[in-house]
Design a binder for this molecule. Structure first.
Ligand code: PLP
Ligand code: COI
Length: 365
């Protein structure tokens, strides 16, 4: 790996979207459908990251034999940029994404990208795309960094050449119905990740392998799939692209319980932030194993009062209904719960700059 920082050349192109097209797209944002005018590309070859470029957003040219297309040597990240009240732009914990990106890279035998280069690329791209950063609460410019293996070779071994790419997508609510409780299906037929596998890496294959279970959840009338541990098929791990929290109310005390990091679930940056924010709000926080039986029993006994999912794209989404082979449960009458919404507001206020950033999470672009 190179020790000197390669240069990032900015080649602004004519914008792909006219001002009117951009305004039209920004006025009705969903998730992941609109892409801004430029992207970052940085190649890796001869054992080093080469000069990168910010250029017009558009298709990549790949050799059909490259191993990302065959053997899945591909990783990605997701973080957000928020318009601030003073007209500036800040990103939420991008350094944590840069670090997780490199942990994923290591697991997939890919080269590390210097975190400073990740940050420099993000800041330069967001600065160029300032007009694509929404201002409304709940909206943001979602940034998608990724790395793929690119060298033409069919043998199974770590590639020698890679491409780092980063692009932006202005985003509104992840779920089409907005901030309303989702319904979840507990998967018994499929597992997401086994011990020693790639569960804690943000690699493309994890998502490909989840799609059939997600389709099954939809067949069962649910929005999302919940994964159980691969060994005992008993403990709750996470959702499709989100971590899970369970809210307990006992003896006047509120406690947030979230599955502990076992190596088979993604260590979410939102999860980590909410453990901190929960403590700030005076809640207890516990990271531990939580079984499906406890989920059933504790809802029935009224000890568990709310369940929610969290992630960069989804922010915080209440879970209102859970279904599995043999049982169905409604949580908090299928409504948004007060603890869920308090955490959501606290997180969004920090991100949008209307509450103090006590933990130094916001990075000025
Ligand atoms: N779990 C999975 C499988 C994910 O894809 C994501 C999304 O990034 C998360 C959890 C939440 O992680 P974060 O809060 O860092 O976005
Ligand atoms: C994110 O929240 O950033 C993700 O990558 C999750 C994905 C399912 C959209």
């Amino acid at each position: 790996m190179t020790t000197t920082q390669p240069r990032l050349v900015v080649t602004p192109s004519a914008n792909i979207h006219s001002d009117a097209e951009r305004a039209a797209r920004m006025s009705k944002l969903s998730f992941g459908r609109t892409f801004t005018d430029h992207m970052v590309v940085i190649p890796y070859r001869d054992g080093a990251w080469q000069q990168g470029e910010i250029k017009a957003y558009g298709p990549l040219s790949l050799d059909p034999s490259c191993s990302s297309l065959h053997y899945g040597q591909a990783i990605f990240e997701g973080f957000k940029a928020f318009g601030q009240p003073d007209g500036g732009v800040k990103t939420f914990r991008p350094q944590s994404n840069a670090e997780r990106f490199n942990r994923s890279a290591k697991r997939l035998a890919m080269p590390a990208l210097p975190p400073e280069l990740f940050m420099q690329a993000a800041d330069a791209l967001i600065t160029l795309e300032r007009n694509w950063v929404p201002q409304n609460v709940g909206e943001s410019l979602y940034m998608r960094p990724l790395m793929i293996a690119t060298d033409p070779f069919l043998g199974v071994r770590p590639a020698l050449e890679y491409l780092f790419v980063m692009f932006g997508s202005p985003a509104g609510a992840y779920f089409p119905k907005g901030v309303k409780p989702v319904t979840v299906w507990i998967s018994e037929d499929f597992v997401r990740a086994a011990p020693g596998g790639t569960g804690e890496a943000k690699c493309a294959g994890n998502y490909a392998a989840s799609l059939v279970a997600q389709a099954q959840a939809e067949q069962k009338g649910c929005d999302q799939v919940v994964w159980l541990d691969a060994v005992q098929r008993e403990y709750v791990e996470e959702m499709g692209g989100m971590n899970l929290f369970f809210v307990y109310q006992q003896d006047g005390k509120t406690t947030l319980v979230t599955p502990e990091l076992t190596g088979t679930l993604l260590p979410g940056i939102t999860r980590d932030s909410l453990l901190q924010l929960g403590r700030d709000l005076g809640y207890g926080t516990v990271e531990r194993k939580l079984s499906v039986k406890e989920w059933r029993d504790d809802i029935a006994a009224g000890r568990m009062t709310e369940v929610f999912a969290c992630g960069t794209a989804a922010v915080i989404t209440p879970v209102g209904f859970v279904k599995a082979n043999g049982f169905e449960l409604t949580i908090n009458n299928g409504e948004n719960g007060p603890v869920t919404m308090a955490l959501r507001e606290a997180l969004l206020a920090i991100q949008h700059g209307t509450a103090p950033d006590a933990h130094g999470w916001m990075h000025a672009v």
